[in-house]
Design a protein around this ligand. Structure first.
Ligand SMILES: [Zn+2]
Length: 128
């Protein structure tokens, strides 16, 4: 019968990483919320201007703004997903291991970019 060993208590390093991920997530959530508010504003404005004049010069500006907002929002969503994945990797103990080559990821890289999943050589394409 297999004995499962209890997971080791999180190290200080892990706790710090978890906090960093959590903070980055809060920030991304706030950004997502404000982008949604901006989005609603642009949609309302578009509804107000498109009613009677299709050639309103504001129309194209709004369309452009909407595209910008959509792109930004997609970015923030991707960031949130990456942060969730980082938290999961941290729980599974694979957070500091390069996804590609299995080598450890430099702590400084994870400090600067908590969502990094590959080591510097892999990310820069130096290692194949
Ligand atoms: Zn690597």
């Amino acid at each position: 019968m297999e004995q499962s060993t209890p997971p080791p208590p999180p190290s200080d390093e892990d706790r710090e990483a978890a906090m960093r991920i959590e903070r980055a997530r809060d920030e991304a959530e706030r950004l997502a919320a404000s982008l949604t508010r901006l989005w609603d504003g642009v949609v309302d404005a578009a509804a107000g201007t498109n009613n009677d004049d299709e050639h309103d010069p504001e129309g194209s500006t709004l369309a452009f703004e909407r595209e910008q907002l959509r792109a930004r929002r997609d970015q923030v969503r991707a960031e949130l997903e990456a942060l969730d994945l980082a938290a999961e990797r941290l729980r599974e103990g694979t957070y500091r291991v390069c996804e590609r080559c299995g080598e450890p990821i430099a702590p400084a890289r994870l400090d600067a970019r908590p969502t990094a999943r590959t080591c510097v050589p892999c990310a820069s394409g130096a290692r194949r």
